[in-house]
Ligand binder design. Structure first.
Ligand SMILES: Nc1nc2c(c(=O)[nH]1)N[C@H]1C(S)=C(S)[C@@H](COP(=O)(O)O)O[C@H]1N2
Ligand SMILES: [Mo]
Length: 332
């Protein structure tokens, strides 16, 4: 650290040398990663690693939607960003089929214009937003988050959006609003598997109010500097990076504030397997498989040694306090 002595004889760290909180947190995250071996072979310098994680090439396929690099703690990981091609060709979006390749193949039929998102329920300012207005409601930020699917794979994606909290503050929830429900599009004409009996459509997800207000919860309109491709949940989805991927509902059409814990799509399908909370937790197994390890899409081959899954997907410092005193085996 550079030290400067001013004319009053005090010594200061040069401002640019003071570690901002976000960076400090990233370092702690990396140290934790290294301790678990999850950081893999990447041992470049800090500066190098940061530049690496931030240098996200725009795929140049869809309309640009750049976001200012976010200073939010936890918004950057030091890991390699998943290739756009991998992130957009291995997906879960059951409205377009249950195979990982189906959404990329089939989601071209999704109609994303016009699109509205209705905010309703226990709020002072209910409103139906045109997607164009919702995008403009707050400044777009780019945040590099891990997404960990309950099935044991993960990706690292530069998402573009803003904290859901920004919208929540605008619509002013009433005092009795305890949960936020996310209802997604279910149109059998444009979504070929809506009508199949795998899930009870529409796909619904929900968060407790404090989870929804946590700055990490991202209302997401883009990825890799462009608007979301259909298979990734265009034109608006949620990203809740400390929870299993299925909590991040795609192609949202309604956001409803409620006083009761909503039933969610996967919870309705198999309550003993998919709880309301679904926080990433390596020590709470799925009834049919371990959750202790994961495979990074595009990097870890089928026979590669699996990576250790991190508590709250590595975001424990940011969200651990939300669950203080809760038995996470009971509230899985
Ligand atoms: N509407 C809807 N949203 C959804 C799903 C879905 O089937 N339908 N799948 C979920 C699951 S299981 C995961 S892992 C993530 C995957 O997001 P990705 O395909 O962008 O990686 O989306 C989630 N959101
Ligand atoms: Mo998932």
């Amino acid at each position: 650290m550079l030290i400067k002595t001013d004319n009053k004889g005090f010594t200061h760290a040069v401002p640019s040398e003071i570690t901002p909180r976000g960076i400090y947190q990233q370092r702690r995250d990396l140290i934790k990663l290294m301790a678990t071996g999850a950081a893999g072979a990447a041992v470049a310098t800090w500066a190098g690693r940061e530049a690496f994680a931030q240098a996200v090439a725009k795929p140049g396929k869809l309309a640009a939607l750049p976001g200012a690099k976010s200073g939010a703690a936890g918004a950057v990981t030091m890991e390699k960003v998943t290739d756009y091609k991998d992130a957009t060709s291995y997906n879960n979006f059951y409205e377009f089929g249950t195979d990982k390749a189906d959404p990329a193949k089939n989601a071209h039929t999704l109609v994303t214009k016009p699109w509205t998102v209705a905010v309703e329920g226990l709020v002072k300012q209910p409103k139906t937003y045109a997607i164009e207005d919702l995008i403009k409601l707050s400044a777009q930020e780019e945040r590099i988050y891990r997404l960990r699917c309950v099935e044991g794979w993960s990706m690292v994606i530069p998402w573009v959006g803003y904290s859901l909290a920004e919208l929540i503050k605008k619509v002013e929830p009433l005092g009795n609003a305890k949960y936020v429900e996310f209802i997604t599009q279910a149109d059998p004409k444009t979504m070929p598997f809506v009508g199949s009996r795998v899930l009870d459509w529409p796909y619904v997800e929900a968060l407790r109010m404090d989870e929804a207000m946590n700055p990490l919860t991202l209302l997401t309109f883009g990825m890799y500097g462009e608007v979301l491709p259909n298979q990734s949940g265009a034109p608006v989805r949620l990203v809740v990076p400390w929870k299993y991927g299925f909590k991040s509902g795609k192609s949202i059409v309604k956001i409803r504030f409620t006083d009761k814990e909503p039933r969610t799509a996967w919870n309705k399908a198999a309550a003993n397997e998919y709880g309301f909370y679904s926080n990433v937790n390596p020590s709470v197994d799925h009834p049919r498989w371990s959750q202790a390890t994961e495979r990074r899409i595009g990097e870890d081959g089928l026979f590669a040694k699996k990576r250790k899954t991190l508590m709250f997907n590595g975001y424990e410092a940011q969200v651990g306090q939300l669950y203080a005193g809760m038995d996470l085996k009971k509230f899985y």
